[in-house]
Design a protein around this ligand. Structure first.
Ligand code: C3B
Length: 815
């Protein structure tokens, strides 16, 4: 179905052609007259039209890529949190006005139509969402860059709040089908688990033969990644696990029905679920299977395609291919690529090692010890016998080299081993096997160099670099905040929207002083607040006061992110209002959202506390319109797109040194919210960009936290004893204040008995102070809007286009 004129290079799309095509398509998918069609039919029709357009471009792109003229980037990641795609495709195709106007004329509700798309939750949070932003930017900048991951049958659970507690419901995102993927059974590959490795001499050379293994079929599903108004269409390839034969007939025929079924479900279990913990390492066999699954399948196809277009040779592979590993989950790329080069391609070890290091680069995303992966050696050895042998050899050679170069530092050398204490240390494997290691913000990269990986930094100083994260403005600003987009276009022209050009938003700076501009900015914020208030009213029945400050903290629930600090401050405000209902405070609405890992009991207690407090505060007539607390259930990409544009204060209050970067902070800033935060992660760079006058910072620095943690000296009880506000609040957590059954002993104990690991009490007083300062600034709306404009003007460096350009220059060197 052509809606474009294929004879012209720049395709002509007339509204009339689109209208006809759309009506026809709706009738095809529904089998009925257009007037009888449902929103579902309309969604399916538009999705099909979009896919037809994109797949035509995709084919052209793929054939260009097959020629291997350009260097290709492959992002290996266990998560890709892509969010809904329909609107992003429409916008990137440049169809937005045409689609909006046509649907409007046809009486079709475009928003409702978009809501038919199930938000694919194939990631937990920041790590997976970053990959999605990177794919968008890579395509927008016209680089050939692709994703490689897992097509989970169940994405991250859906969160419901029942009796104030988080309840998890399975997310069956594929139940109505998914229109944006193309399955390629002919490109399926076999992944081998378990079995034995036999050595055999062939022509004087040792061969390693893996036999008696359990094969699993990896079937690729490709999703196109369309560049913003350009010709690039890259791919996100997600692998699904299937039994090699759909049904093990021979076992079945021997009468072993259950066994035959079991084989099938064992194979399929590999791509069944996304592990729902975003910073916790579980050490489960199934997770290790998942890690090898997409690594092995992804590399196999990349190598096959490379060889096909290079006369069967792998010699130039590192010059044409970048394997970028997103955190340590795909670190098995290192031994797997070695296995391919040595066992299958016959390269000598040293040459293969050199090629491997040149091909692979590694991004670390966290310094939290509980997230650093360490697999039991026996598990790896049994599941991946040949890969394990290669890891052993990499480790042996590495330690030998270290002991040769640094004979006086045997202890340090051993501490860097991949294999020690009965475990495989994945971060060590990733660093040793890559030519580039980077953190995701300046501060985080500094901590990697000076603390977490300081021994590696001493040995490989040139390998370490830093690339600050970024987010795609096309989804999180241009797409979700159309009012702001139009205001910016009208004020400074449209150049800032060109990929890679967002820093030209600085042209906005002079307008920050302009009262008329600031008024428009305020009106847009007001409309976005009303939109969010409407959503919350419809979904939760809570009525918000759009004149109050919208103070927002949305992200995964984790102790280090300190949602607890936020809610303790809310309780303080509530206490103040109870003792003086007429207190002159600026009305405030606290909006929180985020999921806790189902097994993270403490985080779930925090969710319960937030909801209990919300219940109490929102139903107390005393506080009137001055204080509201809302916990928005099931935070995901779609909900986020409604929340960010409506926020005025962006809460980024992690314990300093713990949040690697944060990316929500950037999304808020682009939408004109002011950051209220600690000097942690990318907040530090936000502060540098906007200047200290345009951000609210407070609390311990990362060095202070580090010093307390290494030298001691912090006693939370002392802070508690010297602050009567804290005594009252913590008392309320356990004395039945929030209702007989609503005690929070675990939280209370963590703060006082276990000395408050995340310095919540220590940072409480400065947090209260900065909150007061922010409220006072808000009274001066002129000042507030000016600060907001300055934040928007400086948000360009936090575009993921900038991140990708930095990776290009510092790591991949594509050009
Ligand atoms: C996150 C970090 O916690 C964030 O600070 C960071 O901005 C993003 O990654 C992207 O770099 N992260 C995560 O979501 N999951 C992990 N397992 C580790 C880090």
């Amino acid at each position: 179905m052509a809606i474009t004129d294929k004879n012209t290079k720049h395709k002509v799309k007339t509204k009339e052609a689109f209208r006809k095509a759309f009506i026809k398509k709706v009738e095809e998918v529904s089998g009925e007259d257009f007037s009888e069609s449902t929103t579902r039919h309309q969604y399916e029709a538009l999705a099909e039209l979009v896919m037809e357009e994109i797949t035509a471009e995709w084919a052209v792109n793929n054939s260009r890529l097959h020629k291997m003229e350009e260097k290709q980037i492959y992002f290996f990641s266990i998560e890709f949190l892509i969010g809904r795609l329909l609107k992003a495709y429409v916008n990137n195709l440049g169809w937005d006005t045409m689609v909006e106007e046509t649907l409007d004329e046809l009486g079709v509700d475009y928003e409702a139509l978009q809501a038919e798309e199930h938000d694919p939750a194939l990631g937990n949070g920041g790590l997976g969402r970053l990959m999605a932003c990177f794919l968008d930017s890579t395509a927008a900048l016209g680089f050939p860059g692709h994703g490689n991951g897992i097509r989970y049958k169940y994405g991250l659970f859906e969160q419901k709040i029942i009796n104030n507690e988080q309840v998890e419901v399975a997310d069956i995102w594929l139940k109505n089908g998914y229109p944006f993927e193309i399955v390629k059974p002919d490109k399926a590959v076999v992944v081998k688990y378990n079995g034995d490795v036999r050595m055999e001499e062939v022509n004087g050379k040792m061969q390693f033969i893996h036999e008696n293994y359990d094969p699993v079929l990896a079937v690729p599903y490709d999703i196109p990644v369309k560049g913003y108004r350009n010709d690039t269409v890259n791919s996100l390839r997600l692998w699904s696990a299937k039994p090699v034969e759909d049904f093990d007939l021979s076992t079945f025929n021997q009468g072993h029905f259950l066994k035959a079924m079991q084989r099938k479900s064992e194979a399929e279990s590999i791509s069944q679920i996304l592990y729902p913990s975003d910073h916790g390492f579980e050490g489960k066999l199934l997770r290790l299977k998942q890690e090898y699954f997409f690594v092995c399948a992804g590399l196999k196809r990349i190598v096959r395609r490379y060889k096909k277009h290079n006369h069967g040779s792998m010699d130039g592979f590192p010059d044409k291919i970048c394997i970028h590993i997103n955190d340590t989950h795909p670190a098995l790329c290192v031994p797997e690529l070695m296995r391919i080069l040595v066992d299958e391609e016959g390269y000598d070890w040293d040459i293969a090692w050199d090629m491997t290091i040149k091909s692979i680069s590694f991004t670390n995303h966290t310094v939290l010890p509980e997230a650093l992966e360490k697999w039991p050696i026996d598990m790896v050895q049994k599941l991946l016998p040949r890969v394990y042998q290669i890891i052993e050899e990499i480790n042996r050679r590495f330690i030998n080299d270290m002991n040769w170069f640094y004979p006086e530092q045997v202890d340090r050398n051993y501490s860097m081993a991949i294999l020690k204490d009965g475990q495989v240390h994945m971060a060590h494997l990733a660093i040793i096997g890559s030519h580039s290691v980077n953190g995701v913000a300046e501060l985080h990269s500094k901590i990697l160099r000076e603390e977490t990986f300081k021994d590696f930094y001493a040995v490989f100083p040139d390998r370490f670099t830093s690339v600050t994260n970024g987010v795609t403005q096309r989804r999180f600003m241009m797409g979700s905040n159309p009012g702001l987009k139009t205001l910016l276009d009208d004020t400074i022209g449209t150049d800032w929207k060109k990929p890679g050009n967002m820093c030209s938003l600085e042209a906005l700076l002079p307008h920050a002083e302009d009262a008329a501009f600031c008024k428009k900015l305020a009106d847009i914020k007001r409309a976005n607040k009303e939109r969010l208030a409407k959503y919350i009213k419809e979904t939760q029945g809570i009525i918000l006061n759009p004149d109050s400050i919208f103070d927002v903290q949305v992200k995964r629930i984790h102790e280090y992110k300190r949602q607890l600090l936020n809610i303790l401050h809310v309780i303080l405000t509530y206490n103040q209002l109870r003792s003086n209902p007429n207190a002159d405070i600026v009305p405030k609405t606290y909006i929180l959202a985020g999921k806790a890992a189902p097994s993270y009991v403490y985080a779930k207690e925090v969710i319960r506390l937030i909801n209990v407090v919300a219940d109490r505060v929102n139903n107390d007539p005393l506080v009137k319109d001055k204080l509201k607390v809302v916990f928005v259930p099931n935070f995901n990409v779609s909900v986020a797109e409604i929340i960010y544009p409506a926020a005025e204060i962006s809460e980024q209050i992690s314990t300093a040194g713990k949040e690697a970067s944060g990316t929500g902070n950037m999304k808020f800033m682009m939408n004109g919210a002011l950051t209220l935060g600690t000097m942690d992660g990318a907040n530090v760079e936000i502060a540098e960009a906007v200047g200290m006058d345009n951000i609210f910072t407070f609390g311990l620095s990362d060095t202070e936290v580090y010093n307390y943690n290494t030298h001691g000296g912090y006693r939370s009880l002392e802070v508690y004893e010297s602050d009567s506000r804290l005594q009252e609040i913590l008392g309320q957590l356990i004395n039945g204040f929030f209702g007989e059954s609503a005690g929070f002993q675990m939280i209370y104990d963590s703060l006082l008995l276990h000395n408050d690991t995340y310095f919540v009490l220590k940072d409480f007083a400065p947090y209260v102070d900065i909150q007061d300062i922010a409220s006072n600034v808000y009274r001066d709306q002129k000042q507030w809007q000016k600060m907001s404009a300055i934040n928007i003007a400086h948000s360009g460096i936090f575009s993921s286009d900038r991140s990708i350009e930095d990776y290009e220059k510092r790591v991949w060197k594509v050009k």
